[in-house]
Design a protein around this ligand. Structure first.
Ligand code: CDM
Ligand code: ATP
Length: 322
């Protein structure tokens, strides 16, 4: 019998920065309640999924050597979860090839692995022609990791719970960022543990309410937003990686309006007045010798999207094999 093999599907998916990250106390399940304002940035990964008789995963690009290619890869876990949810004939052992082209730093606090998982859900839903809504995918995404649902939606959003409960936030205009990648990643659980330790030893200041950040986003004024960037994990990331203090200073000295550690770090994100200022800050920061690589990006951008758009004609005609 002839079977039509659908053409591969490619999905582009954004990194995130937390404009506001207020961490509550440690819960019994090992997570912390948090309140965060996410923004999706134009720094992206691309994920291609294809039907195959030789399932597997390949990684190219940023940090390729440090990303697992086995079943522990979050993208692979996403494929397994979706196959199970959809009741696929092959069960939780999907017959797919997943190729990750990474632009998002690995273990950088920008949700790179989460982005790949979200992109895999969107890509496979299309490849397998599943009748699932983005909200259904978000429920699966929340099981994979706290940051995965946001990568599906993108834009700017308020996250609560573990970070997986989202409501969109109005963000006027485009904000311009410079990102400083460090030479080595930081482990997210270790950074949360370090914050617990700092809190047990003393009383590090906690950032306040998210309301002013939401108002600044609605105003679209980067100068107003810059005064309000805040991250409770920053002290913990800096405690584990003291060199980040120098990086944060260097970004502001280079002309950024403000800087913060992105999520659990170690990437530092610098908000700039406009696109031109971002290019100038990036040039100066890359000469300062405080980080491995510098990138410019803007936000907000949409979440995981098929490359070419959902309605675009397919580039490759379907292959047919016996
Ligand atoms: C730091 C952030 O990136 C901010 O957006 C996220 O909170 C982390 O999200 P993530 O990387 O998707 O994290 P998960 O894979 O869900 O959890 C990894 C580990 O981080 C810690 N963790 C994560 C989220 C959360 N609300 N509380 C936590 O304590 C836990 O030790 C957990 O075992
Ligand atoms: N697809 C993936 N891409 C990158 N890392 C992955 C992936 N799947 C699993 N990992 C593992 O997860 C670890 C954390 O990687 P990731 O890039 O997601 O961190 P992060 O961006 O700091 O996450 P977050 O900001 O959500 O806390 C890596 O060190 C790697 O071992």
């Amino acid at each position: 019998m002839l079977a039509v093999v659908p053409p591969p599907v490619t999905v582009r998916v954004p990194a995130k920065v937390n404009l506001h990250l207020a961490i509550g106390d440690l819960r019994e399940d090992g997570y912390h309640d948090l309140v965060t304002v996410f923004q999706a940035l134009s720094l992206t990964d691309e994920v291609t999924v294809a039907v195959t008789d030789e399932p597997g995963l390949e990684v190219f690009g940023e940090g390729e050597g440090s990303v697992p290619t086995d079943a522990t890869n979050l993208a692979w876990r996403a494929a397994q979860e979706l196959a199970t949810y959809a009741g696929r004939p092959e069960g939780a052992d999907p017959k797919v090839r997943i190729v990750l082209r990474k632009g998002i730093p690995v273990a950088g606090g920008m949700a790179g692995g989460s982005a790949d998982a979200a992109a895999t859900l969107v890509g496979l839903a299309s490849l397998w022609k599943l009748d699932v809504t983005r909200d259904e995918l978000a429920a699966i995404a929340g099981k994979l990791g706290s940051d995965v649902p946001f990568a599906l939606y993108g834009g700017t959003a308020l996250g609560t719970g573990r970070g997986e409960q989202l409501v969109p936030v109005l963000s006027r205009h485009t904000f311009h960022w410079v990102l400083a990648f460090d030479s080595e990643g930081l482990s997210t659980p270790k950074v949360f543990k370090e914050l617990d330790r700092l809190r047990a030893d003393g009383n590090p200041p906690r950032i306040g309410s998210h309301t002013p950040v939401v108002e600044a986003l609605a105003s679209g004024d980067p100068r107003q937003l810059a005064l309000l960037l805040g991250n409770d994990l920053q002290a913990a990331a800096v405690s584990l990686r003291p060199g980040l203090r120098r990086t944060l200073r260097a970004g502001v000295n280079a002309g950024a309006l403000a800087g913060c550690v992105s999520g659990s770090g170690p990437t530092c994100a610098f908000l700039c007045a406009d696109a031109q200022a971002a290019v100038e800050v990036a040039a100066e920061l890359s000469g300062a010798g405080v980080c491995r690589t510098v990138r410019v990006a803007h936000g907000p951008v949409p979440g995981a999207r098929l490359v070419g758009g959902d309605d675009a004609p397919r580039g490759t005609p379907p292959r047919v094999h016996a």
